[in-house]
Design a protein around this ligand. Sequence first.
Ligand code: 6PG
Length: 246
Amino acid sequence: MSSNIVKKFPTVTHISQYIAKMITGGIASSGHGDYFSIALAGGSTPREVYSYLATIKDNPVDWQKVCLFWGDERCVAQESAESNYRMVKESLLDHIDIPDSNVVRIKGERDPSSEATRYAETVKFLLPHENNTPRFDLVLLGLGEDGHTVSVFPDNILLFHSDKLFEATKNPYNRQQRITATGKLINQAAVVVFIVTGRSKAGITASVIEKRGDWKKYPATLVQPVNGELIWLLDKEAASEFEREL
Ligand code: 6PG
């Protein structure tokens, strides 16, 4: 069962500093020749975090020892403004020295169903396994105001329980096709981190973490690492509706 750690920070920069230390610490404790595997979050929140990681001067990340994956992707061209890959490329990849082979993107331009299968096979091949399932060192997640995470939305919450590692699905609000990791993969990770900022996320954040209101409808509540840590990194605005003192 996972531990549920909730940390409040003054700003997203403080959150970024914390994540940077998690990554550099993870690299330091990785075995010789191993790499530190990260499934990146999409959306807009993590952009500032990735930009910070790209510009660290003291104790920078050794990107030669990191492999980057995505937890979900929009089924668009990589050049599209909607692309999670493009967001990471602009904020991080274009500013760091990381081997191309260490960047394993979801090919959103391909047929969603076959790409979900291809990417799952790629992740299975590249990652170490536990319980016959690929195990990420770190999964970064965002949280939608409706309680979705990656691209598992409340209208299709059962997708989280798929026996596949990745599924093709749709954003129910604009019918945009998506490829998403499922709970089978996410809950096998060593560490899962939600990054949530802003006043608009305060209500849903408190509902998910404190299991208030319609919490059972929210896919984010299903993130429960079976043998790992669950850590919430919140700025003070996102943490502003907590009943208990953080
Ligand atoms: C995506 C993400 C999605 C995102 C949340 C929060 O591709 O959009 O996987 O789960 O993390 O919707 O998005 P914001 O950070 O933009 O609020």
